[in-house]
Design a protein around this ligand. Structure first.
Ligand code: ADP
Ligand code: MG
Length: 289
């Protein structure tokens, strides 16, 4: 039978915006010693905006906005929402395909359009021209994310997308550390953007540029080092890592896939409920013993 304290803890959690899926979640939460945070949409607000568009191969801004904006209209990634907002003149994207943590492809106005991380675009365009590489480096050095986009097999644009760290992230990280937890950042985004966000939030351990399956490998690596690991994420790209962690926490407003893969779903818009979830589990388990 489920101890009364767990039922009370679960009910109290629901009032505080911490939705616990089952009695095991509170027990796992109490025992974790390491907490791994995703960046985009977790440490940051995921309200990205386009900072600059650099065009290549004679493409003009209106064409880039129309073709790439229409393609991204079909994706739910925070980056996609920013790029889609380049235009209000959206065309349908046929045969849309999203590869989590990599990028998107589809047909818009009869053209084969793609957008994604530089390595994803390089696969489609058979490498990146030097001028494109240089533009990507400039964007990444500024702490932003470079989306490399184009159509019909050629790169036509490097789009700089920027986000801001959530207002409560630095305070939450400090509180988690004060609770004795090792706080780490794990992101599919580039090293420059990862370092900038980590510095703003006060995190020293950063692993950047990882694909969704590599997030799983990193969680397993920490677990095999004897750690009990919690993972906090918001995206489709985090789902496998959330399921692998000893405790998965899904951000409020995140993707359904992240919520289904998690043990605890957080309500609201901030990172602070992570602290509530862990302190609630500690208090609840103390009552039981
Ligand atoms: P994070 O781990 O920080 O949440 P993701 O794993 O979701 O980041 O994404 C990793 C990278 O993949 C992004 O920084 C971006 O370069 C690329 N990417 C993912 N989805 C898209 C998309 N819809 N459009 C463009 N680029 C994308
Ligand atoms: Mg994310």
């Amino acid at each position: 039978a489920t101890p009364i304290a767990i039922l009370v803890g679960t009910g109290r959690g629901a009032q505080l915006g911490v939705l616990i899926t089952g009695p095991e979640a509170l027990e796992s939460a109490e025992r974790i010693d390491t907490i791994v945070l995703d960046k985009t949409g977790t440490l940051t607000a995921g309200e990205m905006s386009v900072a600059s568009v650099t065009s290549f191969d004679g493409a003009d801004d209106a064409q880039i906005a129309r073709l790439v904006g229409s393609l991204e209209q079909a994706s739910e990634h925070p980056i996609a929402r920013a790029v889609a907002a380049l235009t209000t003149d959206h065309a349908p994207a046929e045969g849309f395909a999203g590869l989590a943590g990599r990028g998107v492809t589809g047909v818009v106005d009869g053209r084969d359009v793609f957008a994604g991380r530089p390595a994803f675009a390089a696969e489609i365009a058979a490498g990146l021209p030097d001028a494109v590489r240089a533009a990507v480096e400039t964007v990444e050095a500024s702490g932003a994310t470079a989306v490399v986009a184009g159509w019909d097999g050629r790169v036509r644009a490097v789009i700089a997308v920027a986000d801001r760290v959530r207002p409560d992230s630095a305070d939450t990280v400090a509180r988690l550390r004060a609770m004795g937890l090792d706080v780490r950042l794990l992101t599919g985004d580039n090293e420059g953007a990862a370092r900038a966000a980590a510095a703003a939030a006060g995190i020293d351990h950063v692993v950047a540029g990882v694909l969704p399956e590599e997030k799983v490998i990193e969680i397993r690596r920490l677990q095999s080092g004897g750690h009990r690991v919690a993972m906090v994420g918001d995206g489709v790209n985090d789902a496998a890592a959330l399921a692998t962690a000893d405790l998965g926490l899904a951000m409020g407003g995140g993707a359904d896939a992240a919520m289904h893969a998690s043990d605890i779903a957080l309500a609201g818009t901030g990172l602070a409920p992570v602290v509530t979830a862990i302190s609630l589990s500690r208090r609840t388990m103390r009552i039981i013993r």
